[in-house]
Design a protein around this ligand. Structure first.
Ligand SMILES: Cc1cc2nc3c(=O)[nH]c(=O)nc-3n(C[C@H](O)[C@H](O)[C@H](O)COP(=O)(O)OP(=O)(O)OC[C@H]3O[C@@H](n4cnc5c(N)ncnc54)[C@H](O)[C@@H]3O)c2cc1C
Length: 240
Protein backbone atom coordinates (compact mmCIF):
# COMPACT_ATOMS: atom_id res chain seq x y z
CA UNK A 1 0.00 0.00 0.00
CA UNK A 2 1.40 3.44 -0.94
CA UNK A 3 2.20 6.02 1.76
CA UNK A 4 -0.30 8.80 2.24
CA UNK A 5 0.65 11.96 0.33
CA UNK A 6 1.10 15.27 2.08
CA UNK A 7 -1.14 18.07 0.88
CA UNK A 8 0.61 21.04 -0.69
CA UNK A 9 -1.53 24.09 -1.46
CA UNK A 10 0.01 26.86 -3.55
CA UNK A 11 -1.72 30.23 -3.70
CA UNK A 12 -0.80 32.07 -6.88
CA UNK A 13 -0.61 30.36 -10.26
CA UNK A 14 2.19 32.69 -11.38
CA UNK A 15 5.84 32.40 -12.24
CA UNK A 16 7.23 31.80 -8.76
CA UNK A 17 4.30 29.67 -7.60
CA UNK A 18 4.68 27.31 -10.54
CA UNK A 19 8.46 27.24 -10.28
CA UNK A 20 7.92 26.05 -6.71
CA UNK A 21 5.56 23.32 -7.91
CA UNK A 22 8.08 22.19 -10.54
CA UNK A 23 10.79 21.96 -7.88
CA UNK A 24 8.54 20.04 -5.47
CA UNK A 25 7.70 17.54 -8.21
CA UNK A 26 11.37 17.16 -9.12
CA UNK A 27 12.80 16.85 -5.62
CA UNK A 28 10.09 14.71 -4.10
CA UNK A 29 8.18 12.85 -6.83
CA UNK A 30 4.93 11.40 -5.49
CA UNK A 31 5.27 13.01 -2.07
CA UNK A 32 2.71 15.78 -2.45
CA UNK A 33 -0.93 16.03 -3.40
CA UNK A 34 -0.72 19.50 -4.98
CA UNK A 35 -3.49 22.05 -5.47
CA UNK A 36 -2.79 25.44 -7.04
CA UNK A 37 -5.19 28.35 -6.67
CA UNK A 38 -4.96 31.15 -9.23
CA UNK A 39 -6.91 34.39 -9.32
CA UNK A 40 -6.67 34.56 -13.11
CA UNK A 41 -8.80 32.26 -15.28
CA UNK A 42 -5.78 30.90 -17.20
CA UNK A 43 -3.13 28.25 -16.76
CA UNK A 44 0.26 29.75 -15.95
CA UNK A 45 1.86 31.96 -18.57
CA UNK A 46 5.21 33.72 -18.86
CA UNK A 47 4.34 37.13 -17.48
CA UNK A 48 7.59 38.59 -18.73
CA UNK A 49 6.18 38.16 -22.23
CA UNK A 50 2.90 39.82 -21.29
CA UNK A 51 4.06 43.10 -22.85
CA UNK A 52 4.04 41.47 -26.28
CA UNK A 53 0.44 40.30 -25.71
CA UNK A 54 -0.56 43.80 -24.62
CA UNK A 55 1.18 45.15 -27.73
CA UNK A 56 -0.89 42.78 -29.88
CA UNK A 57 2.18 40.87 -31.14
CA UNK A 58 1.26 37.58 -29.41
CA UNK A 59 -1.82 35.95 -27.95
CA UNK A 60 -2.07 34.74 -24.38
CA UNK A 61 -2.02 31.17 -25.69
CA UNK A 62 1.39 31.87 -27.25
CA UNK A 63 2.93 32.64 -23.87
CA UNK A 64 1.33 29.87 -21.78
CA UNK A 65 4.17 28.04 -20.05
CA UNK A 66 2.08 25.37 -18.31
CA UNK A 67 -0.90 24.30 -20.43
CA UNK A 68 -3.82 22.54 -18.69
CA UNK A 69 -2.43 19.19 -19.86
CA UNK A 70 0.75 19.87 -17.87
CA UNK A 71 -1.27 19.99 -14.63
CA UNK A 72 -3.37 16.97 -15.56
CA UNK A 73 -0.36 14.81 -16.51
CA UNK A 74 1.27 15.47 -13.15
CA UNK A 75 -1.88 15.13 -11.06
CA UNK A 76 -1.74 18.78 -10.02
CA UNK A 77 -5.17 20.27 -9.36
CA UNK A 78 -5.58 23.79 -10.73
CA UNK A 79 -8.37 25.95 -9.36
CA UNK A 80 -8.24 28.91 -11.76
CA UNK A 81 -10.24 32.12 -11.64
CA UNK A 82 -10.85 31.72 -7.93
CA UNK A 83 -8.83 34.13 -5.75
CA UNK A 84 -8.06 32.88 -2.27
CA UNK A 85 -9.67 35.25 0.21
CA UNK A 86 -8.52 33.78 3.50
CA UNK A 87 -6.46 30.94 4.89
CA UNK A 88 -7.57 29.26 8.07
CA UNK A 89 -5.05 26.54 8.93
CA UNK A 90 -6.87 25.83 12.19
CA UNK A 91 -10.19 25.01 10.48
CA UNK A 92 -11.20 21.46 11.37
CA UNK A 93 -11.45 18.76 8.73
CA UNK A 94 -14.97 17.96 7.51
CA UNK A 95 -14.29 14.41 8.68
CA UNK A 96 -11.42 13.12 10.74
CA UNK A 97 -11.13 9.42 11.57
CA UNK A 98 -8.25 8.41 13.81
CA UNK A 99 -7.13 4.87 14.70
CA UNK A 100 -10.64 3.46 14.51
CA UNK A 101 -10.99 -0.29 14.94
CA UNK A 102 -14.18 -2.31 15.10
CA UNK A 103 -14.99 -5.97 15.52
CA UNK A 104 -18.13 -8.05 15.18
CA UNK A 105 -17.56 -10.83 17.72
CA UNK A 106 -14.25 -12.43 16.70
CA UNK A 107 -14.24 -10.82 13.27
CA UNK A 108 -12.21 -7.63 12.94
CA UNK A 109 -13.95 -5.38 10.39
CA UNK A 110 -11.73 -2.31 10.81
CA UNK A 111 -8.16 -2.16 12.04
CA UNK A 112 -6.77 1.25 13.09
CA UNK A 113 -8.33 3.21 10.22
CA UNK A 114 -7.23 6.82 9.60
CA UNK A 115 -9.13 9.02 7.15
CA UNK A 116 -9.17 12.78 6.61
CA UNK A 117 -11.69 14.58 4.44
CA UNK A 118 -10.79 18.28 4.21
CA UNK A 119 -13.68 20.75 4.12
CA UNK A 120 -14.86 21.52 0.60
CA UNK A 121 -13.33 18.40 -0.90
CA UNK A 122 -14.75 15.22 -2.43
CA UNK A 123 -13.65 11.77 -1.30
CA UNK A 124 -14.83 8.38 -2.53
CA UNK A 125 -14.39 5.24 -0.47
CA UNK A 126 -13.78 2.20 -2.65
CA UNK A 127 -13.15 -1.35 -1.53
CA UNK A 128 -14.04 -4.99 -2.03
CA UNK A 129 -17.10 -6.46 -0.37
CA UNK A 130 -16.24 -6.98 3.27
CA UNK A 131 -13.49 -4.34 3.26
CA UNK A 132 -15.30 -2.42 6.00
CA UNK A 133 -16.83 0.51 4.11
CA UNK A 134 -20.32 0.04 5.55
CA UNK A 135 -18.93 -0.50 9.04
CA UNK A 136 -16.97 2.74 8.84
CA UNK A 137 -20.00 4.71 7.60
CA UNK A 138 -22.11 3.09 10.33
CA UNK A 139 -19.64 4.27 12.95
CA UNK A 140 -19.49 7.78 11.50
CA UNK A 141 -23.29 8.05 11.49
CA UNK A 142 -23.56 6.37 14.93
CA UNK A 143 -25.55 3.43 13.66
CA UNK A 144 -22.89 1.47 15.54
CA UNK A 145 -21.06 2.76 18.58
CA UNK A 146 -17.32 3.17 18.17
CA UNK A 147 -15.17 2.02 21.07
CA UNK A 148 -11.69 2.76 19.83
CA UNK A 149 -10.01 5.73 18.21
CA UNK A 150 -11.93 8.91 17.44
CA UNK A 151 -14.28 10.20 14.75
CA UNK A 152 -14.86 13.92 14.38
CA UNK A 153 -17.27 15.78 12.08
CA UNK A 154 -16.19 19.40 11.65
CA UNK A 155 -14.29 19.08 14.91
CA UNK A 156 -17.11 17.49 16.93
CA UNK A 157 -16.53 14.03 18.37
CA UNK A 158 -19.38 11.74 17.27
CA UNK A 159 -19.37 9.89 20.62
CA UNK A 160 -18.95 12.69 23.11
CA UNK A 161 -20.65 15.50 21.12
CA UNK A 162 -22.96 13.39 19.00
CA UNK A 163 -25.80 15.94 18.66
CA UNK A 164 -23.42 18.66 17.42
CA UNK A 165 -21.59 16.22 15.13
CA UNK A 166 -24.68 14.58 13.62
CA UNK A 167 -26.48 17.90 13.05
CA UNK A 168 -23.59 18.81 10.73
CA UNK A 169 -23.73 15.54 8.81
CA UNK A 170 -25.89 14.88 5.75
CA UNK A 171 -26.62 11.35 4.60
CA UNK A 172 -27.93 10.24 1.20
CA UNK A 173 -29.33 6.74 1.27
CA UNK A 174 -29.15 4.33 -1.62
CA UNK A 175 -32.92 3.84 -1.73
CA UNK A 176 -35.25 6.65 -2.76
CA UNK A 177 -36.33 8.58 0.31
CA UNK A 178 -38.33 11.46 -1.15
CA UNK A 179 -42.03 11.72 -0.36
CA UNK A 180 -43.71 11.19 -3.73
CA UNK A 181 -46.90 12.95 -2.62
CA UNK A 182 -45.00 16.20 -2.12
CA UNK A 183 -43.33 18.46 -4.68
CA UNK A 184 -39.53 18.81 -4.57
CA UNK A 185 -39.97 22.19 -2.93
CA UNK A 186 -42.33 20.75 -0.32
CA UNK A 187 -39.93 17.87 0.33
CA UNK A 188 -37.13 20.33 1.03
CA UNK A 189 -39.32 22.62 3.18
CA UNK A 190 -40.45 19.67 5.25
CA UNK A 191 -36.93 18.32 5.73
CA UNK A 192 -35.52 21.80 6.50
CA UNK A 193 -38.23 22.35 9.14
CA UNK A 194 -37.24 19.09 10.84
CA UNK A 195 -33.69 20.43 11.07
CA UNK A 196 -34.73 23.87 12.30
CA UNK A 197 -33.80 25.60 9.03
CA UNK A 198 -36.10 28.54 8.26
CA UNK A 199 -37.66 29.32 4.86
CA UNK A 200 -35.32 32.23 4.20
CA UNK A 201 -32.14 30.23 4.91
CA UNK A 202 -33.51 27.38 2.81
CA UNK A 203 -34.24 29.74 -0.05
CA UNK A 204 -30.58 30.89 -0.07
CA UNK A 205 -29.39 27.27 -0.06
CA UNK A 206 -31.74 26.32 -2.89
CA UNK A 207 -30.64 29.25 -5.04
CA UNK A 208 -27.09 27.89 -4.84
CA UNK A 209 -28.12 24.33 -5.59
CA UNK A 210 -28.15 22.50 -8.90
CA UNK A 211 -31.95 22.17 -8.92
CA UNK A 212 -32.80 25.77 -8.21
CA UNK A 213 -35.31 26.19 -11.07
CA UNK A 214 -37.21 23.01 -10.27
CA UNK A 215 -37.58 23.84 -6.62
CA UNK A 216 -38.49 27.48 -7.03
CA UNK A 217 -41.60 26.48 -8.96
CA UNK A 218 -44.14 25.71 -6.19
CA UNK A 219 -45.98 22.42 -6.59
CA UNK A 220 -44.98 21.88 -10.19
CA UNK A 221 -42.22 19.31 -10.10
CA UNK A 222 -43.01 16.14 -8.23
CA UNK A 223 -40.33 13.51 -7.76
CA UNK A 224 -42.70 10.79 -8.91
CA UNK A 225 -43.66 12.45 -12.20
CA UNK A 226 -41.73 11.91 -15.39
CA UNK A 227 -40.22 15.39 -15.88
CA UNK A 228 -38.56 15.61 -12.50
CA UNK A 229 -37.62 12.00 -11.90
CA UNK A 230 -34.09 12.65 -13.18
CA UNK A 231 -33.75 15.17 -10.39
CA UNK A 232 -34.36 12.61 -7.69
CA UNK A 233 -30.64 11.95 -6.91
CA UNK A 234 -29.85 15.67 -7.10
CA UNK A 235 -32.79 16.43 -4.81
CA UNK A 236 -31.66 13.85 -2.26
CA UNK A 237 -28.07 15.11 -2.28
CA UNK A 238 -29.20 18.74 -1.99
CA UNK A 239 -31.58 17.85 0.82
CA UNK A 240 -28.81 16.15 2.80
C1 LIG B 1 3.59 43.58 -18.42
C2 LIG B 1 4.74 43.00 -17.63
C3 LIG B 1 5.99 42.89 -18.21
C4 LIG B 1 7.06 42.38 -17.49
N1 LIG B 1 8.27 42.26 -18.10
C5 LIG B 1 9.33 41.76 -17.43
C6 LIG B 1 10.60 41.59 -18.03
O1 LIG B 1 10.78 41.92 -19.21
N2 LIG B 1 11.64 41.10 -17.31
C7 LIG B 1 11.46 40.73 -16.01
O2 LIG B 1 12.42 40.26 -15.39
N3 LIG B 1 10.26 40.85 -15.40
C8 LIG B 1 9.21 41.37 -16.07
N4 LIG B 1 7.98 41.49 -15.44
C9 LIG B 1 7.88 41.13 -14.03
C10 LIG B 1 7.68 39.63 -13.85
O3 LIG B 1 6.59 39.22 -14.64
C11 LIG B 1 7.42 39.40 -12.38
O4 LIG B 1 8.59 39.75 -11.67
C12 LIG B 1 7.11 37.94 -12.09
O5 LIG B 1 5.95 37.55 -12.82
C13 LIG B 1 6.86 37.78 -10.59
O6 LIG B 1 6.50 36.45 -10.34
P1 LIG B 1 5.47 36.12 -9.20
O7 LIG B 1 5.21 34.64 -9.25
O8 LIG B 1 5.97 36.70 -7.94
O9 LIG B 1 4.16 36.93 -9.56
P2 LIG B 1 3.16 36.67 -10.76
O10 LIG B 1 3.86 36.04 -11.93
O11 LIG B 1 2.52 37.99 -10.98
O12 LIG B 1 2.16 35.59 -10.18
C14 LIG B 1 1.34 35.85 -9.08
C15 LIG B 1 0.03 35.11 -9.34
O13 LIG B 1 -0.69 35.03 -8.14
C16 LIG B 1 -2.04 35.27 -8.42
N5 LIG B 1 -2.69 35.72 -7.20
C17 LIG B 1 -2.50 36.85 -6.52
N6 LIG B 1 -3.29 36.89 -5.43
C18 LIG B 1 -3.96 35.72 -5.43
C19 LIG B 1 -4.97 35.16 -4.56
N7 LIG B 1 -5.38 35.80 -3.48
N8 LIG B 1 -5.49 33.95 -4.87
C20 LIG B 1 -5.07 33.28 -5.96
N9 LIG B 1 -4.14 33.77 -6.80
C21 LIG B 1 -3.59 34.98 -6.54
C22 LIG B 1 -2.00 36.31 -9.52
O14 LIG B 1 -3.22 36.32 -10.26
C23 LIG B 1 -0.84 35.82 -10.35
O15 LIG B 1 -1.26 34.91 -11.36
C24 LIG B 1 6.91 42.01 -16.15
C25 LIG B 1 5.64 42.11 -15.56
C26 LIG B 1 4.56 42.60 -16.29
C27 LIG B 1 3.20 42.71 -15.62
Amino acid sequence: MSAKKQRLVVVGNGMIGMRTVEEALKRAPGRYDITVFGAEPHPNYNRILLSSVLAGEKTLEDIVSHPLAWYAERGVTLVAGDPVEAIDPAAPAALSVRAVSHSFAARKALDAVDLDVPAGSFTALLGLNGAGKTTLVSLITRLHDSHSGSIRVLGFDVRRESAAALSRLGVVFQARTLDLDLSLRENLLYHAALHGIGRRALSVMVTRSAMSRKVQTPGRFRPGRGGASGFDPVARISRS
